[in-house]
Design a protein around this ligand. Structure first.
Ligand code: OOG
Ligand code: MG
Length: 262
């Protein structure tokens, strides 16, 4: 680690305040170019600790930048991992208060509900599928705290990977009955198709993103706990939204999920 404990705490407070006050900021590596990966995850962990100390519960985890569309869009090429707090959850068909966000975008994702703990190293698609209770479609709402979504990987990790809101559909499917590689997704904004793709866009199979999350946590002496919802990453490029927009995600044989930006 290159940053002092005091700097990590100060950067976590700064980034979380930007989140809570819907303010943007230049990326933090401009002032801290020496920051390393451990520093970046330590800042994210400190944001989690701050939320927990106010009574928040961590209800899920996420992988990000797991599809080529997302890597190309953001100009980076390594998956990153973050957490989902209970306050990020929006009900299917519900509304996101747009004024609480800076410049939100939506992503079509497949979410895994994990029944038995998953721990790397060596975690693979087979173990993920065996440990999965069910899969559901999900819309992730991302909102980078960095000005114009301009960041590098370490800055985005420190910012909890742009996590802001997520919406989960109510039709659960057994992953054993599906070939998630060919599962098609259609994302609609105000009734018009704005993005489409298939599960294989995420590292060849969305469960690979969950395995990579378990391997990442394993290197840090942690695991994916039972009962965790895991978002496996945007299948297509993220789509910008504004107040008044209605979003619907249709996923082949997995139903649909929708959200409105009020
Ligand atoms: C980082 C978060 C990416 C995904 O699914 O790829 C992400 C960003 O693009 O701001 O959640
Ligand atoms: Mg995402």
């Amino acid at each position: 680690m290159k940053l002092t404990e005091a700097t990590i705490v100060a950067l976590a407070e700064h980034l979380e305040n930007c989140e809570l006050q819907a303010r943007d900021t230049p990326k933090i590596t401009l002032d801290h170019p020496e920051m390393d990966w451990d520093d970046a995850y330590a800042i994210q962990d400190e944001i989690m600790r701050r939320k927990r100390s106010r009574g928040a519960r961590i209800v899920g985890l996420k992988a990000g930048l797991t599809s080529y569309a997302k890597m190309r869009q953001m100009g980076v090429e390594t998956p990153v991992f973050g957490f989902l707090s209970d306050g990020f959850s929006v009900l299917d068909g519900g509304a996101v208060a747009t004024g609480e966000l800076i410049h939100p975008k939506v992503e079509p994702e497949i979410a895994f509900m994990i029944r038995t703990p998953l721990r790397g190293p060596g975690c693979h698609v087979g173990q993920v599928l065996a440990a999965t209770d069910f899969v559901v479609p999900a819309i992730e709402v991302i909102d980078s705290r960095y000005r114009d979504f301009k960041f590098d990987l370490k800055s985005v990790v420190a910012d909890n990977c742009s996590s802001a809101r997520f919406v989960v559909g109510g039709m659960m499917r057994n992953a054993r009955d599906l070939d998630l590689r060919t599962t098609g997704v259609v994302l609609e904004k105000n009734g018009r198709v704005v993005a489409l793709g298939a599960g294989a866009a995420v590292l060849g199979h969305p469960a690979t993103a969950v395995a990579e999350l378990a391997n990442h946590l394993g290197r840090r002496g942690a695991e994916i706990p039972a009962g965790t919802l895991v978002l496996s990453g945007g299948i297509t490029e993220a789509v910008s939204v504004a107040r008044g927009d209605s979003i619907r995600l249709r996923v082949h044989e997995m139903g649909s999920v929708s959200v409105h930006f009020s």
